[in-house]
Design a protein. Structure first.
Length: 589
């Protein structure tokens, strides 16, 4: 569309000054925005107030987004641009002129109501008052009060909400009559008047009572009682174990103080920092005999981490050690292991040289939150074989019991010496040639005992190599007892039980999967490069976590991390994945 636009301004003497421009656009817009083809700079004009469209004999102008045009003192949203017609956009007056040849529309625009020069004048024009109206302010206030009382008090009380029910469920209404399922279903889909009192959606766990206010709100204008909660949650165990935290700390507290409803979400549980800091901010005031330190904000006021370390054969035999106590920060796992040695490039594997990573030995569990306990067969057996006879690499000793391993070796050589070839042994020629046998076809009892004695001696020599030189001693502390009788079936070797800590901070929650993008190779949080022996601990300290995690308030380049990010409330049980002593001596834990 091609438009001839004439802009009229006035000189100091009131003489018109006319400036003519040409606009060539498909649908030129009129407004205060810089993108508008017909730009009107007065603030009383919308950014995009109207636009011109159409061509030939029927061009139009129309308001945008509800903006209106003024024609002879009346508002309109659309106007045909016929020569001689006039319309106003805010304080601007437009006149439609006959278009010259080659133009679709000719417009003349002039600012007819300029803004006052003084601030008082501008404020006076923009101020609106009820004084000029026919209704007084007091009357309007009374009318508004009456409307609020009727709409938000009287009507909701007279028409309370109904229970949400589905088809096929009969609910007894007032008067003792049961409503038909179809009617229930129709009513449940309607909005009742008391919805205006609803401050927000209920949690997913309470959706079944979303339309049954009386399930929790037993009496109007009274807060929800604990008894109403306990009717449904009577089987919920105690929130606090007496031996962990005395129950009197929570005396006088209501369920709704910690379980806030009408905020949506999956469960109605508070997550704000005050849930914890109300007590832990000054824990001595709440529990004078406690050993805990105050905690208010992870970024500024949080005690250093303590690690839970196994110190005995049972799960409960643990010791809590601060990370600054380097003398006690030693894991007594009874293993021989060095992280840095296993991460050297070009390690000799079962088939070729390899470059191991943390994931080569540490396997995430199905949830991705943590890792499965280290398992010999799954995590170590590929490189650390338990074979004892070069002539049969498939036969291995069981991992976990020195006695069972010793008996299996004795049984293996005894069977071969007596001609009982094990089913998994393909070629025993090389093994049998090491056993002196008589040439008699009939094996006498004396010959049988001689062969068994040789097999027992052979098994003991192989066991010495297995336990003390080549296999077990590489990773375990192995001791040999001189009290075991020579030639007996009792193993003289004892392997110290393994105590691997798999949950260093059992009272805190952590999700490894969510941290994979920040620390894909684990080395950003775990300083394994300096772990030279199994007693070294490579757990991150609080300073390492504070590189990414802030406190209760947003800060630059840090995640907001209130208490609930890492800690659960004092539940009736303490979550732990501590691994008890692993049986390697023949006795299961």
């Amino acid at each position: 569309m091609k438009i001839q636009l004439a802009t009229v301004t006035r000189s100091r003497k009131g003489q018109p000054i006319r400036a003519v421009t040409t606009i060539d656009a498909e649908s030129p817009s009129i407004g205060r925005g810089a993108q508008c083809a017909i730009h009107l700079s007065d603030p009383r004009v919308a950014f995009e107030h109207a636009y011109v469209f159409g061509s030939g004999k029927t061009p139009h102008v129309a308001g945008i987004g509800g903006a209106m045009l003024m024609v002879d003192g009346h508002t309109t949203g659309d106007l045909i641009l016929a020569p001689g017609s006039r319309f106003e956009v805010g304080p601007y007056a437009f006149t439609v002129d006959p278009p010259p040849e080659g133009y679709d529309v000719a417009l003349t625009v002039e600012l007819v109501r300029p803004l006052p020069d003084s601030l008082a004048g501008i404020v006076g024009e923009s101020r609106m008052s009820l004084d000029g109206g026919r209704v007084s302010k007091r009357s309007m206030a009374y009318v508004g009060l009456a409307l609020v009382v009727v709409l938000f008090l009287v009507v909701p009380i007279a028409n309370p909400g109904i229970p949400f029910v589905g088809k096929g469920i009969a609910v007894e209404r007032k008067g003792g009559k049961a409503e038909q399922p179809e009617a229930q279903d129709a009513r449940a889909r309607t909005m009742s008047a008391d919805v205006v009192w609803n401050p927000g959606p209920v949690a997913v766990a309470h959706q079944k009572d979303a339309y049954n206010c009386a399930a929790c709100h037993e009496k109007p204008f009274l807060r929800v009682r604990d008894e109403a909660c306990q009717r449904c949650h009577e089987s919920v165990p105690a929130h606090v174990r007496d031996r962990v935290l005395p129950a009197h700390v929570f005396a006088g507290r209501r369920c709704a103080q910690c379980h806030l409803e009408h905020r949506g979400g999956e469960v109605p549980i508070r997550t704000d920092p005050a849930l914890c800091t109300d007590c832990h901010g000054d824990i001595k005031h709440t529990l004078p005999d406690t050993q805990q330190a105050n905690a208010q904000d992870f970024a500024t006021s949080h005690p250093e981490f303590q690690l839970t370390m196994l110190r005995g054969p049972r799960v409960g035999d643990v010791l809590r050690v601060k990370q600054s106590d380097k003398a006690k920060l030693v894991e007594a796992s009874n293993l021989k292991f060095a992280h840095d040695e296993h991460l050297k490039p070009g390690l000799l594997g079962p088939e070729r040289r390899e470059n191991l990573s943390c994931a080569s030995c540490h396997t995430q569990d199905e949830s991705g939150r943590g890792f499965l306990p280290i398992d010999m067969k799954r995590d170590c057996g590929r490189c650390h074989e338990l074979a004892f006879e070069p002539g049969n690499k498939e036969r291995v000793v069981p991992h976990g019991s020195a006695q069972e391993a010793f008996l299996l070796i004795q049984e293996f050589y005894a069977n071969i010496s007596l001609g009982n070839v094990p089913v998994d042994t393909v070629d025993t020629g090389a093994i049998r040639r090491t056993i002196p046998m008589a040439s008699d076809a009939i094996v006498t009892e004396a010959e049988r005992q001689r062969r068994l004695k040789y097999a027992r001696d052979k098994a003991r020599k192989v066991s010495v190599d297995l336990f003390e030189k080549r296999v077990c001693v590489v990773c375990h502390d192995v001791s040999r007892s001189s009290s075991a009788p020579e030639g007996s079936d009792v193993s003289p070797w004892t392997i110290e039980p393994v105590r691997l800590t798999s949950a260093w901070m059992p009272k805190a929650s952590f999700n490894h999967a969510k941290h994979g993008t920040a620390d894909a190779d684990c080395k950003g949080c775990h300083d394994i490069a300096r772990s030279h022996q199994a007693s070294d601990i490579a757990m991150p300290d609080i300073a390492s976590c504070r590189k990414c995690h802030g406190g209760n308030r947003p800060t630059a380049n840090h995640l907001v991390s209130p208490c609930i990010t890492c800690h659960d409330f004092h539940q009736g049980r303490v979550r732990t994945t501590m691994r008890p002593a692993q049986a390697v001596t023949g006795t299961k834990p």
